[in-house]
Design a binder for this molecule. Structure first.
Ligand code: AHR
Length: 553
């Protein structure tokens, strides 16, 4: 048996805290794990925008993931893949962020409007950046993943939002276009018809009704691909881009280009510089964007990993918790009332591209059960911090990185991540409540750069809970590869009268959905017994994401 299989009893730091909440003596036959849901300790309303998405002109995301064209044999609505519309609408997306990512800071929105046959063809930012020194670039077909044909632009994106019930979130180009271009995009999207030449052009191209775009990102990753700025320089650009914006009656929610993972100095120095001109500058910011990807080490192949590598990546994805807390603390040094929220508009697990997908489908691979647990870990984290996080977008919607869907020509599949989003839907709009988990830890070995083994512990059960009327939704991740967690679930201040479970798990930790086996990994419903006295003991399956729906009195 490899050391990775060791799953030993070791009390977490939470054990002490939970013991205060519910002394063990209260339980005859205590289960090995406990969850205490404190419905009288609200954290905040869970913003439906925690269930948001991200679309960038990158690899196979737009062409052919979303856009197949009006003349395609693939079923479509105005050129947009119908299967995608139908599946995405079912999980009630919050916002969709577009057109990038790094792409946004070299994109001219005017290239993507008007008659399609008149739109210019440009360099494909990602193909050129990623492949320009390699033979692979030459090997790319001269298709949309090599040159940007601009067949999908602002109007098409707004149509995607309308068709799926999402709200648009656009990222302005701060690096390579002047403020004027941003003002014109704002005008094209939001000015009433007939008011200006640009709003009339919108009416001709797609819609008399203004798009009323509320969410605008002011650049993207301005510390890197978005301009290589210093935080002080970015703060100056931000002030320039956001001064005296016309609103056209829309309450604009502006998002600043925040840190790369744990770079607290980017946050501190930006806020300090921004407010040199007065604390009133803070009022311009609705949110501060945090980006964090956990990436695979070693081979980096999405579906090849040992048990140790399974735990290692889950643990690295769990870093999100401290990133949120740490940046929030630093933001509070300047924004003392914490009016500005965190927007985690890029998150997920980033592996190597699957060698079996065409080169043009950059960073495309099928999400596995491991990625699904990472989805659960992140969504639970955002919910535990519902007072701090106002939006979160996995990167990206389709055919790249932590995708919700994969598509190639007429093939389409919902990934394991999709199913986690579906399972967590009842949380949206509900009130997050403090929830304590006590469970044996999992032991595994990490390896440092010299391949030296480092014995490590990870939590054995974690999640989040919310309340909506008489319904409490508890979602939890059990990371243990082979240990189920028998767990006593208590709700302080209420009695559980009935419960149901929905579970995503597999005996194969590498399980995933593919075009050939699209239903290999799907959630199952389970009935759950609650004793007449309201006692609920539930066994969380190994390697699982679970939703428990609890009715209370
Ligand atoms: O999601 C892919 C890329 O990752 C985005 O374009 C960029 O913002 C980030 O570095």
């Amino acid at each position: 048996m490899s050391i990775g299989r060791r799953e030993f009893l070791g009390r977490t730091a939470l054990a002490g805290a939970a013991a205060l909440i519910a002394p063990r003596a209260m339980y005859s036959q205590a289960a090995e794990s406990r969850v205490e849901i404190l419905i009288n300790e609200p954290i905040g309303t869970i913003n439906r925008n925690l269930y948001s998405h991200f679309v960038e002109h990158l690899g196979g995301v737009v062409y052919d993931g979303i856009w197949v064209g009006e003349k395609s044999k693939i079923p479509n609505v105005g050129g947009i893949r119908k299967a995608l519309i139908d599946s995405l609408a079912k999980i009630k997306p919050g916002v969709i962020r577009y057109p990038g990512g790094c792409f946004a800071d070299q994109y001219d929105w005017k290239d993507g409007i008007g008659p399609r046959d008149k739109r210019p063809s440009r360099v494909n930012f990602w193909a050129d950046t990623k492949y320009k020194t390699s033979k692979e670039y030459e090997a790319l077909n001269s298709g949309p993943q090599k040159y940007e044909p601009n067949q999908f632009g602002t109007d098409d994106f707004i149509n995607l939002c309308k068709l799926t019930g999402a709200r648009p979130y656009l990222a302005a180009n701060l690096r390579s276009l002047p403020v004027r271009s941003y003002l014109e995009w704002l005008e094209y999207c939001n000015a009433p018809v007939g008011l200006t030449t640009l709003s009339s052009a919108r009416a001709v191209n797609n819609s008399k009704e203004p798009y009323n775009v509320q969410y605008w990102g002011i650049g993207n990753e301005s510390w890197g691909c978005g301009g290589d700025f210093l935080p002080e320089e970015y703060a100056e650009e931000f002030r320039k881009f956001t001064a005296w914006l016309p609103t056209y009656g829309v309450k604009l929610q502006l998002v600043g280009s925040g840190p790369n993972g744990g770079d607290l100095s980017w946050t501190r120095r930006f806020f300090t510089k921004l407010t040199e001109k007065g604390s009133g500058q803070l009022n311009k910011l609705y949110g501060w964007a945090l980006h964090y990807y956990c990436g695979t080490t070693g081979k980096g192949i999405s579906n090849e990993y040992t048990e140790n590598e399974w735990y290692d990546l889950l643990m690295r994805s769990d870093r999100m918790e401290n990133l949120i807390k740490d940046h929030w603390t630093v933001m509070g040094e300047t924004d003392r009332d914490h009016r500005i929220k965190l927007i985690v508009d890029e998150w997920g697990a980033w592996h190597n591209q699957d060698a079996n997908v065409p080169a043009a489908y950059l960073y495309d691979y099928a999400a596995t059960l491991r990625d699904a647990l990472i989805s659960g870990i992140n969504l639970d984290t955002f919910q535990r911090h519902a007072d701090k996080v106002a939006m979160a977008n996995p990167a990206q919607l389709i055919n790249t990185i932590h995708s919700i869907f994969q598509a190639q020509e007429d093939k389409f599949v919902e990934t394991a991540n999709y199913h986690v989003f579906e399972m967590y839907m009842p949380h949206a709009g509900a009130t997050a409540v403090r929830t304590e988990f006590v469970s044996p830890q999992v032991g595994f070995s990490r390896f440092d750069a010299q391949r030296k083994e480092i014995p490590t512990n990870f939590w054995g059960l974690n999640g989040s809970a919310s309340i909506n009327g008489k319904t409490v939704t508890l979602t939890a991740v059990n990371p243990a590869v082979s240990a189920a967690r028998e767990t006593e679930i208590n709700i302080g201040g209420a009695k559980i009268v009935s419960a149901t479970a929905r579970v995503l798990s597999s005996t194969d930790i590498h399980a995933r959905n593919t075009f050939d086996a699209p239903h290999a990994l799907e959630p199952r419903n389970e009935s759950v017994t609650v004793s007449a006295g309201g006692r609920l003991v539930y066994k969380f399956a190994p390697a699982s994401v679970t939703r428990l729906t609890l009715t209370i009195v």
